[in-house]
Design a protein around this ligand. Structure first.
Ligand code: PHE
Length: 341
């Protein structure tokens, strides 16, 4: 019996060492350790041994069982280890191959356009300021001569954060922010920034877009200054041959108010698809700062006057690049965005 135990131990351990596939390991386990395996039949053989030998032999068989189980676990772990390292070496990378070049990214079309606009106005002595995107009703409307229930508020519906705090609908509240700390000194600023409107998103309008506000206040600012500034801008932005025209309009915060048109960059005024046959393209809303707004900004309208305008940089970029849908700007499609740099 003892010989049998020793022989089984030697054979089992030797075979275990040779088992080098998952299937061989499993076959080994079945033939030695399973219910019908050799170890169990050795155990049943105990019946034939002399009664006084049984406890000792039983203990020996149990020791063998433990050692085979431990041997099996160890072999299994080693096998796993080997399999992993084979997988790693199969995956080895050639570090001398050229890598994937990191893409440096680029500026957004809106940013490019804003920078160009700022540069042009900077050349005319305008300082660049920024004012908050989250505004109070007071700044967005009341200080701009639109008391509560003023019908003109309908032109600018927006997202309200509370009853009196909202996402600004235009950059015009920046006029007040710029004037208050500067009054009564002459002032020349542009204010680029994001605006929001509660509107259906279409090819022509987004709920979020940019504006560039312009404001100049001084003792003798006139409508001709406004025209000169905007014509200079149109020529530098769209080409030397541009002309502009004013059309009477209405804004509560300017008096008089105008819409600013520029002759069509495609057909030069003859009429085409871009200008819808009119020969003109609208590029800004503008006017002379309303006396009440000057007062709200701390200026005395008898001593100072001001010009103001507001334009949409996306629209300007659309005209220059013949983009026919404003939704391309903020839908993050690189096929569109990567065309501009
Ligand atoms: N704030 C106006 C708008 O959003 C544009 C404007 C600005 C008009 C300044 C006149 C003066 O439509």
């Amino acid at each position: 019996m003892e010989d049998k135990i020793r022989a089984l131990s030697d054979r089992a351990l030797e075979e275990l060492e040779k088992a080098d596939t998952a299937e061989a390991l499993e076959a080994w386990r079945l033939s030695y350790l399973s219910r019908k395996g050799e170890l169990n039949s050795l155990m049943s053989g105990l019946r034939d041994a002399a009664p006084e030998d049984r406890p000792r032999l039983g203990q020996e068989i149990n020791r063998l069982k433990v050692s085979l189980q431990e041997g099996f676990t160890a072999r299994q772990e080693r096998f796993e280890e080997e399999r992993r390292s084979r997988a790693v070496s199969a995956e080895q990378v050639d570090v001398t191959l050229p890598g994937i070049p990191p893409s440096p990214g680029r500026l957004h079309l809106t940013t490019l356009t804003l920078r160009k606009i700022c540069r042009i106005f900077h050349g005319m002595g305008f300082e660049v300021l920024e004012s908050p995107e989250v505004e109070s009703d007071e700044y967005n409307f009341e200080m701009l001569n639109m008391p509560p229930h003023h019908p003109a508020r309908d032109m600018w519906d927006t997202f309200y954060l509370t009853e009196s705090v909202l996402l600004r609908t235009h950059t015009s509240p920046g006029q007040i922010h710029a004037m208050l700390p500067a009054s009564p000194k002459p002032l020349r600023v542009i204010l680029p920034g994001r605006c929001y409107r509660y509107e259906a998103v279409t090819a022509r309008s987004e709920f979020m877009f940019y504006q560039v506000e312009g404001l100049a206040v001084g003792p003798h600012i006139t409508l001709s200054h406004l025209k000169g500034v905007l014509e200079t801008f149109a020529r530098q932005m769209f080409g030397e041959e541009r002309t502009i025209r004013f059309r009477g309009s209405y804004f509560p915060f300017t008096e008089p108010s105008v819409e600013v048109d520029m002759d069509c960059i495609l057909c030069h005024g003859r009429g085409c698809r871009i200008c819808k046959g009119t020969g003109w393209l609208e590029i800004a809303g503008a006017g002379m700062v309303h006396p009440k707004v000057l007062e709200n900004g701390g200026y005395d309208p008898k001593e100072h006057s001001g010009l103001a305008f507001g334009m949409g940089p996306e629209r300007i970029a659309m005209l220059i690049n013949r983009v026919d849908d404003i939704r391309y700007f903020y839908s993050n499609d690189l096929r569109f965005l990567s065309q501009y740099s």
